[in-house]
Ligand binder design. Sequence first.
Ligand SMILES: [Zn+2]
Length: 296
Amino acid sequence: MSRAFFVCLCALFCAPVPLPAQEAAQEAAAAARVAGPVYMIEGKGAGNIGVIAHPGGAIVIDAGMAASAAGVRATLDALPGGGRIRFLVNTHWHSDHTDGNRALGQGAAIVAHDRVRPLLARPQSLMGQTTAALPDEALPSVTFSERLTLYAGDLPVRLVHYAGAHTNGDTVVYIDRYKAVHMGDLFFNGLFPFLDIDNGGDIESWVRHLDDIVSKLPADARVIPGHGPLASVADLVAFRNMLAESAEIVRQRIQKGATLDQVKNAGLPLHLEPWTHGFMNTAQWLELVYRSLAKN
Ligand SMILES: [Zn+2]
């Protein structure tokens, strides 16, 4: 996915809270405390990175771009145990979440859903851009099919796979004790999302998964989105409602015989316009929704 897109996202939406020890780290990325030992490092042109700090070694969720890895390392060094990454989780295969695997994954177990490793092991084409295969040492060394629990000391960190959402290999990471969750790209906070239809993305099952997730989250949970600022459950519900409304509007147009161009030209209601942004405008979003529904 386009680097410029995420640089743009970050400039627009990141609202960091500096760590006390961070001032000395010249290239450190900004981090926000989420809850207890859970932190979010803003995407800096890539997906948001989650951290569960622990003196025995950190669990890091997503790796961002390789170019940002030195800054991420500097930020991690300021956290308890952050100097050693024990587990590096990839929420899905997209390069803005995995390009930093080689730089951050040294000495760590890289963990992802079963479908992620084969995609990373070969060159991929996405939106007209080619992503190179990752070298062996940057590929996930632990994969799972449905659920996996990692431990930071005695703190369980639950990985749950949701099939057919943003991609077909998405993982959501729950830190239940601290009422925190990293949604990966199942949640773009305040933004029309990308939908990887060629790799199993599906807007209808995405909405169903979000309904299931929201029904089980505490109302005051802290939600790390794949992109955009740290969020609440209400923000996640607003995103879910935008997805569902977009799908319903496009479904009705298709049932009336509208072509893709007609669906795009009809636009969306004004109240959904704030979800548009530089890379994913309303017409591009409508095309993804149309393609997802037409596929079914
Ligand atoms: Zn993605």
